[in-house]
Ligand binder design. Sequence first.
Ligand code: ZN
Length: 111
Amino acid sequence: MHVKSNDQVVVISGKDKGKKGKITAAFPKTGRVIVEGVNVATKHQKARNAMQPGGIIKKELPIDASNVMLVCSKCGKATRVAHKVTTVTNDAGKQTRKMIRVCKKCNAEID
Ligand SMILES: [Zn+2]
């Protein structure tokens, strides 16, 4: 996926179009993400016991990752993501190849 947990994203389609938020959970297997404050479902819950009082519960439901765009932490714009392979040296002094994400707008490395 082009986004992962803790990414800042903007919703580009659906009823929450235009909303910005942070990804609180990502599900790569299903290609879905949960974004803070987006796709909130309201559930009317009956009290089950003293530990779980009844009331209106707001819960964020997953949305398709293709409906969000990454917001670049460097330039602050919603952007598409490019992937770049880079060589990093690990703690043991060994060189490994790593895939990093790059902002298409300002070319900043995102992670
Ligand atoms: Zn950028």
